[in-house]
Design a protein around this ligand. Structure first.
Ligand SMILES: N[C@@H](CCC(=O)N[C@@H](CS)C(=O)NCC(=O)O)C(=O)O
Length: 215
């Protein structure tokens, strides 16, 4: 298998967590969409040019982080099960995955974009921050009854949420949300996230200094 991804892309991090949970071997194909040459080459290979993208052993191209994780769950079923077999629990995990992607991860993208622009977007920024805070407050109450997002076991919904928390804890005021803080502390001790984080920190250093680390 090959994974086309970038360590600083949250949707890529979501899939990396799943791959490490599954202890699945893959060839890392780091793809920098910010570099015009890499983007062009990737676009020739996969015209929608979105990350992450999995190339399976039989050459199938699978986009969309949640679908990639469903694929991994089917093909690597001897480790952490990321989608419960029980239909009712399965539905709940997929529901949380959708809510986290659309109401948190995509909102964070909008926030980052507005903050990056030079013009004054204070009003829109405040509005998005309010919506995100409301979403995190709902999640905080939910987590008072759940160890991970959907109960006692680690699932696809956790793969979706954890990459969003790094940025959120740095840029939003979430420290009053006790259950979310507890969840974030426990997530940071999860081996799969520790492995992802190592790569994220190296990529951030490379971005800040222009110095490429030796693999
Ligand atoms: N729904 C997709 C979202 C993927 C996505 O938006 N990826 C971003 C990077 S995190 C991307 O490739 N954007 C295209 C670009 O930067 O031009 C998924 O879950 O994989």
């Amino acid at each position: 298998m090959e994974l086309f991804y970038h360590p600083l892309s949250r949707y890529s991090q979501k899939v990396l967590i799943a791959l490490y949970e599954k202890q699945a071997n893959f060839y890392p194909r780091i793809t920098d969409l910010g570099d015009p040459l890499s983007r062009k080459a990737f676009q020739r290979f996969y015209p929608p040019a979105k990350l992450p993208l999995l190339k399976t052993q039989d050459g199938q191209l699978i986009p969309e982080s949640s679908i990639i994780i469903e694929y991994l769950d089917i093909h690597f079923d001897n480790s952490t099960q990321l989608l419960p077999r029980d239909p009712q629990r399965n539905l709940q995990v997929r529901l949380f995955d959708r809510i986290i992607d659309s109401d948190i991860n995509n909102m964070l993208f909008q926030l980052e974009k507005l903050k990056y622009l030079d013009e004054n977007h204070e009003f829109e920024i405040k509005q998005i921050e309010r919506q995100l805070l409301a979403q995190f407050q709902r999640l905080n109450s939910h987590l008072s009854q759940h160890h991970w997002v959907c109960g006692d076991s680690f699932t696809l919904a956790d793969c979706a949420l954890i990459p969003c928390l790094s940025y959120s804890f740095q840029h939003l005021n979430l420290l009053d949300l006790d259950e979310l803080v507890r969840y974030w502390q426990q997530a940071q001790l999860r081996g799969a996230w520790e492995l992802v984080l190592e790569e994220v920190l190296l990529a951030e250093m490379e971005k800040d200094t222009g110095i490429r680390s030796i693999p």
